[in-house]
Design a protein around this ligand. Sequence first.
Ligand code: G1P
Ligand code: ZN
Length: 544
Amino acid sequence: MKIHVRSTTPFEGQKPGTSGLRKKVHSFQQPRYLENFVQSIFDSLDNFQGKILVVGGDGRYYNQQAIQIILKMAAANGFGKVLVGQNGILSTPAVSAIIRKYQAFGGIILSASHNPGGKDGDFGIKYNISNGGPAPEKLTDAIFAHTKTVKEYRIADTTDVDLAHLGQTQLEDMQVEIIDSVKDYAELMESLFDFPLIRKMFESGACKMRFDAMHAVTGPYAKEILENRLNAGAGTVLNGTPLEDFGQGHPDPNLTYAPELVNLLYHDPELNFGAASDGDGDRNMILGQQFFVTPSDSLAVLAANAHLVSGYSTGLKGVARSMPTSMAVDKVAEKLNISCYETPTGWKFFGNLLDAEKITLCGEESFGTGSNHVREKDGLWAVLFWLNILAVRQLPVAEIVREHWKTFGRNFYTRHDYENIELHGANDLIHHLRDQIKSLPGKQFKHYQVVFSDDFEYTDSIDGSVSKAQGVRVGFSDSSRIVYRLSGTGTEGATLRVYVESFEPDPEKHHLDAQVALHDLIEIADQIAGIKRFTKREQPSVIT
Ligand code: G1P
Ligand code: ZN
């Protein structure tokens, strides 16, 4: 095989964030930019010669070009075989499932998740390890260190691989297999949930749903699973064709960016279930008729009802949530007498707990829910879990959630995002908060008294690794909290996230709108941090 060893010089700023390296497409299109990063990944790994790599992406602009480069580099670096999704398409949870099923050495996912795509949009690359999950910080740190010193990269001099047709080809000494993007994943779902029961619910007309794939990766998955295998009806899947620019949309399933679906569930009386997923298929939004389930509540409801779902009926080992996620699931864990772990933001922190079988379910407030079936959050999985619960309980979504609040109390919750603010102001705001950590406890704001404040630090109970400065927390005597952190996934300026939560045991007050119930705390959040002053914004850009 003809292998070129090409010299290169480092690019600045190739630091993986919350979920891999994300930059503008233009950055990735610079000669040697992707190559440097991929070589840095390979140089950070040991003993992969002859082993399997899984490669796929969410179909965004530059996906296929990037895959061709990665294939040639994988061949030149000595991988034995690469499994690639047809047309380069694999959802993030599907990559995780495939790595596990075929005992691959690891996988490369091309995605910038929910960030907009297209020529002027974002692109991203992420490495997953052999458990199917995102590389832990130790590895991403090593990759970043390599990007700063990389001098050469290895690439095979060979033609492009036909990604459109299933089957095996040889790329010099390495085998490339183009696999069905959906099949392995659909089979895994079928093994976890009661497909005959869900199908019966659809066929009887008891459930009519819409799934918004947002022109992103889940279109083919949702069509196969919901329309074909579960007979939910043609037209169930909206925006089901993956497009390179996601139809110029913002493929983030929330009340702001999925207005078409929200509108349908609030105005079409025939529909009683709605769901959406993001660019790479790992996020989910759940809607009932005129009802939005917050991701934090969704995790709690899944945990409380897991015994009804065949794949989980033997009981949960434990649960975990990211620190800013509401404490609703903690209440369920308490009742089930299982452990509840609190981790920093980002799915990679769940990996060790899942591998050690300490937890079965986990989730984040940012529309991410998942379980031990893979090592990524999984959008369609969450939708199927809900469908299975609906099929067993035969109650509307809203009723299931209201009943849950009655039993466990309601955790009012909201997240305010200030997107694309000036980096300086954002950093100053965080410094201003850190300066107050010591002096805040004991202070009174309206009828809330601060009882603790810190910058969240996490020690992984399995490998002992410590992650510092994961978000400033301010806790009050009635267990309300405010959390502030800067996003680690943006590609422009900075994004401030403010998370506000309070617990309400009284069912008489459960009907309140979260923004109303949290009104005072939202004001206090600004008072403490000087949000308006530092961000120069009067309003958040997105409220979830
Ligand atoms: C965001 C979410 C986080 C999630 C990540 C990847 O990260 O807040 O929970 O794991 O996207 O989907 P952030 O931008 O806040 O760093
Ligand atoms: Zn995603």
